[in-house]
Design a protein around this ligand. Structure first.
Ligand code: HSE
Length: 427
């Protein structure tokens, strides 16, 4: 008995996959209970130094569809167009698919999973979120008798690399981004990573699995890390927090929160200790407290090992369809979410300014939990010196806070738009 596999793509993950499949062949065949054989690979171009012996190579993805000897196709080309066409056509021909492609799942996942169920073939995607961390397998267990109430994650390696460099080396955002690009951690066009969209796509998939709802990427609130400064990181540090780019999902009754944004995380939490290009996901559960997963979120071998986990599951008959797609989703808008907030208010250094900030916040029932104001941090001097007033608020509904900030920004003593960063307590 054998399982014949076709691979689409020859990038870093595909190369890692070929290496791991070869170097672990005997063990994988034992786990799968049959011979796993990569028969065919289709990619736009060959790569120097990649060993494709005993594999039929072509540049046409349709060759994967037309090869009747293949039992399943591993899609590693990324993007949403050609990948969608390939996955859909493969499933419709009654063959299974493994994909590492969060973008195609975030955009077309509900439809593709329906097609997979209709044709009773696997559509597996362990590698699509958090690279080498087996978070999809964990969520697919459905945690019987142990509901997931919330999840928080650091699921974009580029953002975590940049924030780590800013915090540890005092490197400005632009320089940290350039380093990330030079090291191959960020795409040539990095806006998708630093703007939060990559994390938003992954979150939509995790939330769908965790709460048994459809994948709904358009409802994810999304902010990136472009506006985070070294000063923000230093102020947060003084207050006992690290700044991380977080993905957050929470279910309360029939309302689901889905948001990605920079956030202050208490320094003693696992998420504050995640650095460089590591990923982490925490699950807040009803009966086992907080489950924490960390590991490499990208990289050829790490991501390929998740692909192989799918492969051996399918080949050994252990695959089962995820619960995604059942029911409907009602999303809580960001204005209705409650958090504590970190505020940076550029204010005139004049008697009475702090009092008027406090009064304005108090009118909206917002109290100040901590405050930093340093005379030496002069932003500019015109009539009065302008210095940052950094405030940590109590927990407040965001819509209420926004009203208070609008009023504050209209005061003559407030010199610039107020920076706000959410504080996360789901840890
Ligand atoms: N661009 C992604 C990241 C790669 O930075 O995490 C893995 O999905």
């Amino acid at each position: 008995m054998s399982t014949n596999v076709g691979i689409a793509g020859l990038g870093v993950v595909a190369q890692g996959l070929l290496e791991l499949v070869r170097s672990n062949a005997d063990q994988l065949n034992v786990i799968a209970g049959k011979n796993l054989s990569v028969k065919r690979l289709a990619s736009r171009r060959l790569r120097d130094g990649v060993d494709l012996s005993e594999i039929v190579f072509s540049t046409d993805l349709d060759d994967l569809l037309n090869d009747d000897e293949l039992d399943l196709v591993i899609e590693l080309i990324g993007g949403t167009d050609a990948a969608y066409d390939l996955i859909k056509a493969t499933l419709e021909r009654g063959r299974g698919v493994i994909t590492a492609n969060k973008a195609v799942l975030a955009t077309h996942g509900n439809e593709l999973l329906d097609i997979a169920r209709e044709h009773d073939v696997p559509l597996a995607f362990e590698a699509a979120v958090a690279g080498g961390i087996p978070i999809i397998a964990a969520l697919k267990t459905r945690f019987p008798a142990n509901d997931i109430n919330w999840l928080t994650g650091i699921i974009n390696g580029t953002c975590i690399y940049i924030l780590t460099a800013m915090a540890h080396d005092g490197v400005a955002f632009e320089d940290a981004l350039q380093n990330a690009q030079e090291l191959g951690y960020a795409e040539a066009d990095p806006t998708f990573d630093v703007g939060g969209m990559d994390a938003a796509q992954k979150l939509a998939i995790l939330v769908a699995l965790a709460f048994d709802v459809p994948i709904e990427i358009d409802s994810v609130y999304c902010e990136g890390i472009q506006d985070i400064t070294i000063e923000d990181i230093q102020h947060a540090d003084e207050l006992g927090y690290s700044i991380k780019h977080l993905a957050i999902g929470r279910q309360e009754e029939d309302l689901v929160e889905m948001r990605v944004h920079p956030a202050l995380v208490p320094k003693d939490n696992l998420l504050a200790k995640v650095n460089d290009v590591e990923n982490a996901v925490q699950l807040g559960t009803a009966n086992t407290g907080v489950l924490r997963f960390t590991g490499p979120g990208a990289g050829g071998h790490a991501t390929a090992s998740s692909v192989i986990a799918d492969l051996t599951n399918i080949a050994s008959g252990l695959y089962r369809h995820p619960g995604i797609g059942g029911g409907s989703i009602r999303v809580r808008s960001i204005g209705d979410v409650s958090s504590a907030f970190f505020l940076n208010i550029a204010a005139a250094d004049r008697p009475g300014v702090i009092a008027s900030i406090g009064e304005t916040l108090a009118r909206h029932s917002i109290s100040i939990a901590s405050m930093i104001q340093k005379k030496e941090e002069v932003i500019r001097s015109v009539d009065n010196e302008i210095i940052p007033v950094v405030i940590l608020t109590n927990t407040v509904v965001e819509r209420e806070l926004d009203q208070a900030l609008e009023e504050l920004e209209s005061l003559a003593d407030i010199a610039a738009p107020i920076k706000k960063i959410r504080v996360v307590d789901l840890t």
